[in-house]
Design a protein around this ligand. Structure first.
Ligand code: HPA
Length: 235
């Protein structure tokens, strides 16, 4: 047990998928894992452990934003020995040729700040995905004919951003999409020698302002993303 995770030692797998939404963790565990067992419900941030093709997997909610994800990722890695952490979540597209429902694999993430900013001070650390996971996820997306983009994303600190100029700079510099968690996950993975990747589905569009996905479309896209993440984890 840790401060924020109630699982007993051994109840967390070495491979962890992290959706932001705890109810998505429940849905994904019940849909894709065999014999899913509830291993955490502290603060309602549900986590489940089961097996996928015979391999143990935990699906644990991260909450929204880097401070929340940082708490869970720290405890998963440092206290429970997680070695592969894959964020599965939604993002807002920042390029015209990135469409709703497409998958974005974050090679790196630009950010204005993270819970790790205090360590780096004047350095702009470059958070990076694990190359093996990235390649395997790309392969898995191609195999299932899911439109996929690989490149930089932006991990923002605020959803209701009062600085639209920041988004404009990101678009101008080729950043594919915005979300709020990946940079800190990559930094923690680097610090503790774990593997990390963010597999994201585009749920809204900041450039074209296309109407956001319906709940049903979001669920279907979310399913593709979970399978891509699982295939990458065990490739
Ligand atoms: N902004 C920030 N985070 C997000 C968005 C967005 O538009 N869409 C999904 N996550």
């Amino acid at each position: 047990m840790t401060i924020h995770i109630g699982a007993k030692p051994g109840q967390i797998a070495e491979t962890v998928l992290m959706p932001g939404d705890p109810l998505r963790a429940k849905w994904a565990a019940e849909t894709f894992l065999d014999a899913p067992e509830l291993v955490n419900e502290t603060r309602g941030m549900l986590g489940f452990t089961g097996t996928w093709r015979g391999q143990r997997v935990t699906i644990q909610g991260s909450g929204m934003g880097m401070p929340s994800l940082s708490i869970y990722a720290n405890e998963l890695i440092r206290d429970y020995g997680a070695k592969t952490l894959i964020r599965v979540g939604s993002c807002g597209a920042m390029q015209e040729d990135v469409n709703l429902r497409d998958v974005v694999l974050a090679m790196t993430s630009t950010t204005i700040s993270t819970p790790s900013t205090g360590i780096f001070r004047e350095l702009n650390f470059a958070p990076a995905a694990d190359f093996g996971l990235l390649m395997a996820a790309h392969e898995a997306a191609k195999e299932r004919d899911v439109p996929v983009h690989v490149g930089g994303i932006y991990s923002a600190d605020v959803f209701y951003d009062e600085r639209p100029d920041l988004n404009e700079q990101m678009t101008r510099h080729g950043v594919l999409a915005v979300e709020m968690e990946a940079a800190e996950l990559y930094i923690l993975a680097a610090r503790y020698k774990a593997r990390a990747l963010a597999v994201l589905t585009v749920s809204d569009h900041l450039v074209t302002n296309a109407p956001p996905l319906s709940a049903e479309d979001r669920e279907k896209s979310f399913g593709d993303m979970i399978e891509i993440a699982l295939e990458a984890a065990f490739a």
